[in-house]
Each structure stands twice: as C-alpha cells, then as structure tokens.
Design a protein around this ligand. Structure first.
Ligand code: 6PG
Length: 245
C-alpha cells in the first residue's frame, strides 16, 4: 500500500465537492483502464452531500454510469423503505437521479429472515462481483465514528475477526443504532483500489489523531484495520476533524 494521503478542507461543502471530484476521476480512470467500476457506498452524514454533487452538472455528465456497479460498505438490518436504510439514503440522494441500469445496483438484501442469511447471500453476490472486477473494489467510501468505527466494524467487536475468506458479516449489538447491521469485512475492504475516508466534525478530532498517528491498535480503533494491500487510502477531512493532527 502507498502511504495514506490526507487533505484538509475549510468547510464541509469544500470537502464534499473535492470528494465528488475525486470519485468522478476514479470512476473515469477505472472505466478507461478496465471497462467498468465497482464502488461501495456508506451511510452517514457526508455521503448525501457527495451524492448530490455527482448527480448534478457538471459531474453527472462526466460519469460513465452505464459502466458502474454499486454495492454497500455496510447496511442496517432494516427494510428498504426504513428511514435508517443506507440504501434508501442512496436512492434519495443519488440513485433516483442518475441514469444507471437498475441491475447494476446491489443493495444488501435485508429482506431475508435473519441478518446472517442476508449476509450469506450478499457474500455470494460480492464474491461474484469481485470475480468480474479483477478481484478488487475500485472505490470504497468510508466514514469514521468518534469511537473509531468504520463501516459497521466497531471497537472490540467480533466482526473485526471475520475469517479472511469471508466478504460480508452480520453484526449484532452495534453501539451506533440501529444495533443489527451487515458489513463488508476488513479483508474485502482491504481489497479496494481506492479507499476514501470522509471525516468531519470536532467530535472526531481526538480519534482521528489517534487513528492516524497513535499506536496501531485496530481492535480499539477499527479504522486502522483499513490498509489495502494493493490500493491507496485518502483521508478527506474538515478543519474541525483535523484540529489535533
Ligand atoms: C453507517 C455508516 C457508518 C458511518 C460512520 C460515520 O451505516 O452508520 O456506514 O459506518 O460511515 O458512522 O458516519 P458520520 O460521518 O455520519 O459520523
């Protein structure tokens, strides 16, 4: 892995704008080099802003939507129409506004009877998608909580120890509500070509400094577990989150 890059922006709007441009550039490069692009979306507060920017001009017409496949970094185990659904969030802020074929959108199938079953089915889907995308996620968009979690990988949680050949895991007792979730595992996230961490807000400042410059303790700080073997990590921060760096 190349050394992580860090970019700091004066405002959340500037951060979102820069992230949208970076995502657009990475999608175009992937499609130019390999003919298609696999992107993994997150929930949280920043992605909706980024989604909006890529779904309107000028970026909207620059993105080869026909060559894009969309998966989720993590999902809450709730119905598709729940206000807690990361899929619904993406629909409202992105998917309903872009010309992407619906069969290239792969939401976590939360309609299965148990989160474990949903995770197993999604695991197979992710495995199949990776097989047609050179074994890598082209772009993974991640956030980080003030407790150091990323995706739905929480501190000191068993999901951190998922087997290396497991792509997706069901998560129970998550400290961030809702408590039952489904997440990509560290091993598959570490097969990303580009990881974009989008982090804003003063409440993240102490943890961000620990994640980037503190001792390597990924069990306590799951964001530290992200280090793609063949990829680049880029941290995009606002000045509040970066205050302690
Ligand atoms: C989720 C998210 C989660 C998020 C972080 C950061 O489903 O809850 O995918 O992992 O990225 O909690 O979210 P904020 O940027 O809103 O703090």
């Amino acid at each position: 892995m190349d050394a992580p890059q860090t970019f700091i922006f004066a405002t959340l709007d500037e951060l979102a704008e820069a992230a949208a441009v970076q995502i657009t550039t990475a999608i175009k490069a992937a499609v130019q080099e390999r003919g298609h692009c696999l992107i993994a979306l997150s929930g949280g507060n920043i992605p909706p802003r980024v989604h909006h920017i890529i779904s309107i001009l000028p970026l909207r017409t620059q993105i080869p939507w026909h060559a894009l496949s969309i998966i989720w970094v993590d999902e809450r185990y709730v119905p598709f129409d729940s206000p807690d659904s990361n899929y619904l969030l993406a629909r409202q802020t992105l998917l309903d506004h872009i010309p992407i074929p619906s069969d290239q959108i792969y939401p976590v199938p939360t309609y299965y009877a148990t989160p474990e079953l949903a995770a197993t089915v999604y695991d197979r889907q992710i495995q199949a998608l990776l097989a047609t995308h050179g074994g890598q996620i082209d772009i993974a968009i991640l956030g980080m909580g003030a407790d150091g979690h990323t995706a739905s990988l929480f501190p000191n949680h068993p999901a951190l120890n998922a087997a290396a050949n497991q792509h997706v895991i069901a998560v129970s007792n998550a400290p961030k509500p809702p408590p039952t979730r489904i997440s990509l595992t560290p091993s598959v996230l570490n097969r990303s070509r580009l990881v974009l961490f989008l982090v804003a807000g003063a409440d993240k400042a102490a943890m961000l400094a620990a994640a980037l410059h503190g001792p390597h303790t990924p069990t306590d700080i799951p964001a530290q577990i992200i280090h793609p073997t063949n990829g680049q990590v880029v941290w995009m921060l606002d000045t509040d989150a970066a205050a302690n760096l």
